[in-house]
Write a protein of this length. Structure first.
Length: 237
């Protein structure tokens, strides 16, 4: 069963979400050691932007604007690829952006070549672009039900479901019940993001920028075979 097929099911969505969350966690944590920035954290960049605008400290303002712009551009690029594929009735609407993400992570593995300040900024922009690309892809294929780089949203949803559990226990006549399937998937995604983060940090410590090669291999491994060899009838969404 291909995780990137255009015809979606809950199992495919959840399976792909766990894989992408692990990759995002690894890229985010490994990327921190590589470029000293958590590149999935747009809330943090907006806060840094506001704080440093207030005190006229313009270098962090530049870095934050670059990161936010790259993340947004990555999301826009993913949306463009998916909408193009849908318009042309292609069944590669999700495998294509995931393959692009894998290719960019492969390119990022050569980030050690860029030792200048400009190269450092390019590496930040590259990772933020990748994060935006991934988040938009999983958002569109799941109908905005799943986001893999947005741990704040996942933890919020977990809290909501836990609140339903506790309320249902104390007020059994209320009819309030948790969606235990949703809770399990959310916990799996957060766990995958955390485990991926540990792997990414250890991977960068051991391999440097080359830590992104296994991440690229995972994404290319689930997308490229489908792009090259699978030829089902065109999918009409």
């Amino acid at each position: 069963m291909s995780l990137v097929r255009a015809d979606r099911s809950e199992d495919r969505d959840h399976g792909l979400a766990v894989v992408l969350a692990a990759v995002a966690g690894a890229a985010n944590a490994g990327g921190f050691f590589a470029v000293q920035q958590y590149t999935s954290h747009m809330t943090g960049y907006l806060a840094v932007l506001a704080d440093n605008l207030a005190i006229a400290n313009f270098w962090p303002v530049l870095v934050s604007c670059l990161a936010i712009s790259a993340f947004t551009t990555g999301a826009a690029f993913s949306s463009t690829l998916i909408n193009w594929a849908r318009e042309h009735h292609s069944h590669h609407q999700y495998s294509l952006p995931i393959a692009v993400q894998g290719g960019l992570l492969f390119c990022f593995s050569f980030g050690w070549v860029f030792t200048s300040e400009a190269g450092h900024l390019f590496s930040i922009a590259c990772l933020c672009f990748i994060m935006g690309l991934q988040n938009a892809t999983i958002t569109k294929l799941s109908g905005a039900r799943i986001r893999t780089t947005h741990a704040t949203g996942m933890m919020t949803d977990i809290g909501i479901e836990l609140g339903r559990v506790f309320y249902g226990l104390f007020r059994r006549t209320s009819g309030v019940r948790a969606d235990r399937t949703k809770l399990g998937i959310l916990l799996a995604q957060v766990g995958a993001f955390l485990i991926g983060g540990v792997i990414g940090a250890l991977g960068y410590k051991a391999l440097g920028f080359l830590f992104s090669l296994p991440l690229a291999a995972v994404l290319l491994g689930i997308s490229v075979p489908y792009l090259l060899f699978d030829r089902p009838e065109p999918f009409d969404p």
